[in-house]
Design a protein around this ligand. Structure first.
Ligand code: PMP
Length: 359
């Protein structure tokens, strides 16, 4: 039975985010920037000590074990850490909490497409300054009145990282707005803006366990800022859903943070494969941005990216492609294991050798 139009009138209509495909069959999955290696061994050990009876009780609403582990890791106070169900949860709450002035929030035209969705969901006006012709953020575009600023560093899907002087310039020009730096991929890049949190009271840095820590399926993200802004986030969280983090996520998350050696090794492995992949793809005729993330952003001058995306998919290799005007020539390719990347190169080599130009 169709619902009557008058009933629909007052229902919140939103344009939802389109997540990357999660195929059920076994494929080479280079489409959602997951880490191909397992989480730290301590995570498995924690799971083995858990009993289903543990799940009878609610978890600690303050998420203290995980907050403590993160505060210790980043040498900040426990009152400077907020945790959530993936950084998507944390970022969504940040939009709800901090972007209330009625003035437009600024984020780049090419960036994480969820920002537009949260702005739409919460009825927040926004403007999207264009990246320059090399896909770099033009910091001067952010030196004007605004209702807040958010950008990823490295940016996605361009993979380009800007150094901390750049981030600091944006912070210094926006002392009266909240600036959120989404560092989902920073562990593969360089310095984190967390070191600027003590200097700029308008800064919030978000990070995730989904990429460098190989725990996308556990859903853990966090924000680091000053105690006042973290308190504001907690007030909104406790007005929304106080038990966001499961007992399993809290215990496994804390175990992951404690293993610094495994973390460094896992990040190093991805960076090494990324460097080899950049070289091989360039040899195959691809043009790439300088990636500082766990993915590559590449276009081929002779091959149509949309068709290549489909052909790769038919061959069981999933990458990401968007039909948006400025980036439709590009593929975003997650850095997988050495073997997975070899399978990708094999496919591309065969295609290029056969002269099967599909542009
Ligand atoms: N920010 C950026 C830039 C991302 O690419 C992603 C991953 N899709 C996220 C945030 C969210 O990741 P998660 O919710 O898994 O922490």
């Amino acid at each position: 039975m169709a619902v009557r139009p008058e009933l629909l009138e007052n229902i919140r209509a939103v344009e939802p985010y389109t997540p990357g495909e999660q195929p059920q069959e076994k494929v080479i999955k280079l489409n959602t920037n997951e880490n191909p290696y397992p989480p730290a061994p301590g995570v498995q050990r924690v799971l083995e000590t858990m009993d289903s009876a543990d799940f009878r009780l609610y978890p600690d609403p303050a998420s203290s074990v995980l907050v403590h582990a993160l505060a210790d890791n980043y040498k900040v106070g426990e009152d400077q850490v907020f945790v959530g169900v993936g950084s998507d949860d944390v970022l969504s709450l940040c939009f709800l909490t901090f972007f209330n002035s009625g003035k437009p929030v600024l984020f780049p035209d090419i960036t994480y497409s969820f920002y537009k969705v949260w702005a739409g969901l919460y009825r927040i006006p926004y403007e999207c300054p264009k990246l320059d012709e090399n896909f770099r953020i033009r910091k001067e575009d952010y030196y004007r009145e605004n209702g807040g600023i958010i950008f990823p560093n490295p940016n996605a899907p361009t993979a380009i990282y800007e150094d901390l002087d750049f981030v600091e310039d944006i912070l210094a020009h926006n002392r009266d707005s909240i600036v959120i730096v989404d560092e989902a991929y920073v562990d593969f890049a360089g310095k984190s803006a967390i070191e600027l949190v003590g200097k700029y009271d308008n800064l919030i840095v978000t990070q995730t366990f989904s990429k460098a820590r190989s725990m996308a399926g556990m859903r853990i993200g966090y924000a680091i800022s000053n105690p006042d802004l973290i308190r504001c986030l907690n007030d909104v969280k406790y007005s929304f859903n106080s038990y966001t983090m499961s007992r399993a996520a809290l215990a496994c998350g804390a175990a992951a943070v404690e293993d610094k050696e495994y973390f460094a090794e896992s990040v190093g492995r991805i960076i090494k494969t990324r460097e080899r992949a950049e070289k091989t793809l360039a040899e195959l005729g691809f043009e790439l941005t300088e990636s500082r993330a766990n993915f590559l952003f590449a276009r081929h001058l002779e091959y149509d990216a949309g068709k290549l995306f489909e052909e790769l998919k038919d061959a069981g290799i999933y990458v990401r492609h968007w039909n948006d005007e400025r980036i439709r020539d590009y593929l975003r390719i997650t850095v997988g294991t050495e073997e997975e990347m070899d399978r990708l190169f094999e496919f591309l080599r065969a295609k290029i050798r056969s002269g099967n130009v599909i542009a």
